[in-house]
Write a new protein. Sequence first.
Length: 152
Amino acid sequence: MTEAFIVQREIQIAAPAATVFAFLTDPQKIVSWMGLEAATETHPGGLYFLKGLGSDRSRAARGAFREVVPVHRLAYSFGWEGSEEVPPGSSLIEIDLMEQDNGTLLRMTHSGLPNAAQCESHDKGWAHYMGRLSHAAAGRDPGPDHGPANRH
């Protein structure tokens, strides 16, 4: 496995870091922008679970929190149930939130992906869901989730 297979995204969100953090950790807030069902245990070793992403409503992701620094940083393992390429817990998502005058800068790194195709697929997913998160955390309705284009 090479570290060349990384997805990185950065987005400015018009909301305080505490609000953005809540939209990343509170299951009721998560499903307002991503998935149909979520469960989180926000402590190291705690569960991260998300089901119903995009057009495949039966698809579920699972992992475990590795680092939780309220309103500043999250790190959790991540993978897809039933996937041989990216099984549960096989990749790592790290999110840093930096408070700024006009809201919060969110920096996300998704590492441990196995190949370029998975990087491309997850990059499309993150682009789609970061936009939805930005709307939801700023108090706007992101609308129904039809998933990112060209998912495989």
